[in-house]
Write a protein that binds this ligand. Sequence first.
Ligand SMILES: O=C1O[C@H](COP(=O)(O)O)[C@@H](O)[C@H](O)[C@H]1O
Length: 221
Amino acid sequence: MNASRERLARQLAEAVAEALRVDLTHQERALLVVSGGSTPVPFFHALAAIELPWERIDVTLADERWVAETADDSNARLIREHLLSGAAKAANFVPLTTADATPEQGVDTVATRVEQLAWPASVVVLGMGGDGHTASLFPDSRELGLALSTDESVVAVRTPSQPQARITLSASRLHQTRRHMLHLNGEDKRAVLATAMAGDDVRELPIRAFLACPLAIYWAP
Ligand SMILES: O=C1O[C@H](COP(=O)(O)O)[C@@H](O)[C@H](O)[C@H]1O
């Protein structure tokens, strides 16, 4: 692994841990929302090694593929394998899937689960794909307009460019946080982010929905 990406992951983990510590001085439970994908793995390892009152911390996802938790591309599996270990094992993880066959069938159950958490979250750590998507707010999601505008907490999404149906926290729910952090690596993503910053069409590059949050950007080459 590229040393600057490892260093960035540690810096992000320290910032997230500090945010959780601060919030836990004045509230009983704190909520951390993380993203899936390949980028956050070293961040998860760094965060898992930090001593925190993890038993008072809930962790959930920005989005999930509607697959079994045992599937290779399950974000829940990623969290269980890379974050919920070491000190962080005591955290309460709240997944975004159910045993229902489709996200449309499971969405209400997931919404109830999500809404019971300690909002506003302490931190939402977003990722970004090369197409400017974040969470499962993809430019070509049929439900993108809904996910950007609804007051519902979660939305089932079907996205032609993606092999699986997904479920995502809505933009309004992802905005319910004290801090937004964006974690990304590589020149290609830096270029996409620069394009996003130079325009304002959220449907073209959904990451734009979070650029004015304010958003702390953690980028490494
Ligand atoms: O599909 C997804 O991709 C993005 C970015 O993934 P990465 O592998 O390039 O890090 C991620 O932020 C999002 O949560 C995930 O569902």
